[in-house]
Structures are given as structure tokens and as C-alpha cells.
Write a protein that binds this ligand. Sequence first.
Ligand code: GLY
Length: 379
Amino acid sequence: MSKSITVSYEGKPCYDILLEQNFLKLTPKLKELNISPKRKVCIVTDSNLAVLHADALAECIKPYFDSCITFCFPAGEQSKNLDTVQNLYQELINHHFDRKDLLIAFGGGVVGDLTGFTAATYLRGIDFIQIPTSLLSQVDSSIGGKTGVDFLHYKNMVGAFYQPKLVYMNLSLLKTLPKDQFISGMGEVLKHGFIKSADYFSWLKQNQMQIMNLSFDIIEEMIYQSCQIKRDVVERDPKETGERALLNFGHTIGHAVEKLSDFKLSHGQCVSIGIAAASRLSCDVGTLRKEDCAEIIRTLQAFGLLVSVSRFTPQEILSVSKSDKKMSAGKIKFILLESIGNAYIDADLSDAQLLSGITSILKDSDGRREEDTQNGTEL
Ligand code: GLY
């Protein structure tokens, strides 16, 4: 069964998120959106997706559009930079793309963020649609209009808020997603429960086996619920002036670990490590109950996520965390938990408190070894 969610922006319906099992509804939806077939379209994708699925997508939309090209760049965070954007601009210029044309982001978070940023800036803005293919991009990065690229060693430092015309998911593609990437996406899924809904967190725990076995109905329901949580937050605070920052739970320390690992550890695994640290910090400051913190860490581990890391010093992690952009007047804006399902922003943590939270993830010997997550296998 198809599912659909409408996202409003500044009080008006802005775009739909469609959860489908194939691409059959894509061209009817383009028609419904009055996207003219006379437009040129560029599918932006990466080397992983191009091999597997980009041809199938191109075959599906070619009969609809007069002209369709594909721009493919090497998969991975190392491509998420202004050089790749520049190459894409050049490709669009070579093919005479103008403001009436369309970009399609077909891939995971890197593809979505980079394509969205290119769409926001090429000729001061052309339309784009998101076709997210990884669990992480389906539940998080494709929704809410955050676009951008890394700059030097700063993650997502250059970007724009720019809304897509449509988010279209073909959930059957998840069957070919490497298992480690699926688990990485679970970091963001669980985060939604931790920050916004104890009920959703309980549901995820109850359905853990079916989720990990990719039982389709359960996965569809999970993505639907996560998208609704994300939608509600970005509708209330589209430009992250307040509540949206809660979605960064686990990300400050997570981004630091991700960067220190030279992006060898996946985003979701690093977010999970960051969530473990933030949960322990929440106990240290006296908000989160110790039993709830233990439950969070147990559940992360049960879904195959890391809760500790061994190769870095606390000072290294603190110093890289401080170079992250989530700062307010030189202080880290840290997301903590009052309880499972209730997060809040704390901009007053001292370095000593932060170091104690960071040390807790380095001391933990219960976490799965990092090497266990390096070899993704097909689910
Ligand atoms: N990924 C966090 C956000 O969209 O705000």
C-alpha cells in the first residue's frame, strides 16, 4: 500500500513524500505537479547507485521528458564538496539547462544534499526532486530542505535551505542496500524515538526482529512514522531557529567521531556513539534516569549500532566537536534528554562535563568492535 505525507512550509502545503514499492507512480505524480515534459532533466547520482539502479530510473522517466541526462560522481563523503558542485554546474551549462529545468537527486544523503545545494544556487534556483535510496536519507536528509556540502574539513559548512518539489521513495530498493548502511539508517530512526516519542521507541523495540529482517510492512510503517516525526519538526521550525536543533541529538560528538575516523565509520554509527555520550551526559546533569540511559544503549546495540569508540582521546573529540557549526556564541549547543521521547537544548555545558560524557564512550568495553561494522553484507 502506498503512503503519502504532505509537508507544509510557512503554513502552506509545499511538497509530498510518497512511499512506494516501484517507480510506477513517479511520472503520474510529475504530471500532477505540472512539471512540464518539455523540461530537461538531470539525474544526479553516485557510482554505487549508477551501477545498480540509475538506468532503471532513467528508463522510467525518459518517455516523459524530452531530454534526460545523468550526472554521476564517485560515491562517498569525499565527493561532497564544491568541486563536485562545480562539475555539476559545468554539466548543466554544457547541456543548456535553464531555470525551468529539473534536477533529480537519486541516492543517499550525500547525493541529496549536494544536488539540493546545486539546485538552490544554479541560476539562483531551479527545481529539484528527491528520490532517496538509503534508509538514512529516506527518514532524515531528504526531508526539510537542508542542502549543502562540506568545506575544507568542516561538515555541511556551506549550504542553503531549499525545498524539493517532491520526495519519492521506492522502498523496494532497500533490499539491495548493504546491511551496514541499513543499520546506519537505524541510528537516525531510533533518534526520532529518543527525542520525540517514547511510543515510537517502544514500537521499534517490539518490532526489532522484523525490522532487521526487512519485513516490508513493518519497514514501511517505520519509515512512515519517522517521516511524520521529522515532518512535524521541520514544519514548526524550518530554519532551525529552535526545535529543529533537537534533530541534532547525538550529532555534535557524532560528527567529531565521523571526521576523526576520516569518514570510515558511517554517519549513523557515529550518531549512535554520539547518542550514547549525550545520554550519559543527560544522566550526569541529572535529567535522564540511569535505567533509561541503559535502555537506550542496550537498544542501540541490539540494532547493531556502536556505542563506543577506542581510537581517539577525549580532548581530540572535544576539540573537533567545538569546530562543528552547532555553536552558539562560542558554546556548543548540546542536545540532551529529559526522558525518552523528550529532548532539550543545553548551551551551558562546561568542558569538564563534555569531557566526562566523551570519556564514557571511550571507556565502554560493551560496545561492538568497530571492525564488526566494516564489512557490510547484503540483507
Ligand atoms: N538532519 C537534521 C535536520 O534536518 O535538521
